[in-house]
Design a protein around this ligand. Structure first.
Ligand code: IMP
Length: 431
């Protein structure tokens, strides 16, 4: 069997949730490895929508170990409501085991307050964060002033850590014109939440290493997308964690040699929520088509997503960053009804043609994409289940992308439902 990492190759919202749900069938354990409640997985089950932010979307299966790894920043309010939601879906009755790393950092109410206060102080230059306190929580982690799950479930330690952290934190809140907080404000609710999460706390890294030793298959679920990576993304308009595949190794705690396959999830066009450069962004009828037909509204914030053409320059960069072994192409059905379909194959920057994404966000803002285009198709493809049954222009588009990106497309998604999927090759078997 094989171990696999699934990552988003754009700015998030590529449809990783649905893919993880499908691939979980072939894995023994699913581990979410970074991000926090800033992510949102939209799943469609029996025609109903199910949105999760923290619990991996493997929750709908049977007999799986489903874990939140040490690198995730965990909002206990969101987690508890998702554990309850998972309970409603019978997750724990179907022999699934839910595990929560004792090393994961906890998002406290003051992290959310600081995130919101900073964003409003930034005005026009705001990052457009999800306001879930992700940045401030990860700052505390790196500053060694964070609160981990193991601290949270011990009332005395939690009290001591809050007393140590709050004076400086309050100075920051006051600086931004927000209300300071006291340990008394926070403790009753946090202690209540701690009792609810305590039964799930475990040494997730150790369990993963043991599973690997026993030859069982582990699926690592990334959140956000590679262009939001703190080191490699469109800084400063990024999230505060590493979203690349290698983050699974560093955050969960195992060697890179254990990984057999890295699947990159790519939407058939591009979207972005929040601020920051977006070279192929559309402000015309094609953009409106993608927005409307794709239902492009953020799963976490409900904000309309910015839409644009696929960007092969940025994709070649992110596929290389992740060491992707194959691709999953999602939302291909959304392109039905378009006259022509464009893909950026190069950029023009200050009069020169370039073939890589500049590091500087201001330079990325000045980029003009160089497009190539193919004929679109009018047919609805949502009911099609075999690759060969796809209309000719669709097959041509898929082949064109494979050659532009130099990677095979193993899975094609043609609708939100689990069944609306064409598995050309099972990426687990490729590994
Ligand atoms: P933060 O992660 O809330 O700090 O937000 C930083 C940036 O990442 C903002 O542009 C957010 O819109 C974006 N972001 C964070 N999580 C997601 C996600 O799951 N999908 C898409 N964008 C995200």
């Amino acid at each position: 069997m094989a171990n696999m990492i699934v990552v988003g190759t754009q700015w998030g919202d590529e449809g990783k949730g649905k893919l993880i749900d499908i691939l979980t069938e072939f894995a023994d354990m699913v581990v979410r490895f970074q991000g926090g409640a800033n992510a949102g997985h939209t799943l469609e089950v029996d025609g109903k929508q199910l949105i999760t932010h923290l619990v991996p979307s493997g929750l709908l299966h049977e007999g799986k170990r489903i874990a939140i790894g040490p690198g995730v920043v965990l909002d206990p309010e969101t987690l508890v409501s998702e554990i309850e939601l998972a309970g409603e879906h019978g997750m724990l009755e179907r022999g699934n085991e839910f595990l929560l790393s004792h090393r994961a950092h906890v998002v406290m109410p003051y992290h959310r307050a600081l995130d919101a206060a900073r964003e409003s102080a930034k005005g026009k230059s705001k990052i457009g964060t999800t306001l879930r306190g992700i940045g401030p929580c990860l700052e505390d982690k790196v500053a060694r002033t964070g609160i981990r799950v193991s601290d949270m479930i011990d009332k005395d330690i939690l009290r001591r850590k809050l007393d140590a952290r709050l004076p400086e934190l309050n100075a920051l809140l006051v600086h931004y014109g927000a209300e300071p907080v006291t340990a008394e404000d926070i403790l009753p609710r946090q202690n209540e939440l701690a009792e609810k999460i305590a039964p799930f706390v475990a040494d997730v890294g150790e369990i993963v290493r043991k599973e690997m030793e026993r030859g069982r298959s582990v699926l690592f679920e990334g959140a956000q997308g590679t262009l939001l990576d703190i080191d490699h993304g469109t800084y400063p308009f990024v999230t505060s964690s590493n979203t690349v595949s290698a983050a699974a190794c560093t955050s969960v705690g195992f060697g890179p040699g254990k990984i057999d396959a890295v699947v990159g999830v790519t939407k058939a066009y591009t979207t972005r929520v929040g601020s920051g450069p977006f070279p192929t962004e559309l402000d015309d009828a094609d953009g409106q088509h993608l927005q409307k037909k794709g239902g492009e509204f953020g799963a976490t914030t409900g904000r309309p997503r910015r839409c644009g053409w696929l960007d092969a320059v940025a994709l070649r960069y992110t596929l290389a960053l992740n060491g992707c072994t194959s691709l999953c192409l999602t939302k291909l059905d959304v392109l039905s009804g378009m006259e022509k379909i464009k893909v950026a194959v190069a950029y023009r920057l200050d009069g020169e043609e370039i073939h890589s994404l500049p590091a500087d966000s201001q330079a990325i803002e000045r980029i003009e994409p160089v497009y190539e285009e193919v004929d679109g198709w009018q047919e609805d493809i949502q009911e099609i289940r075999e690759k060969d049954a796809l209309p000719k222009p669709v097959l041509h588009y898929i082949k064109w992308l494979e050659s532009l990106l130099n990677l095979p497309i193993d899975i094609v998604s043609v609708g939100p439902g689990r069944g609306e999927t064409l598995m050309v090759q099972n990426p687990f078997r490729r590994g």
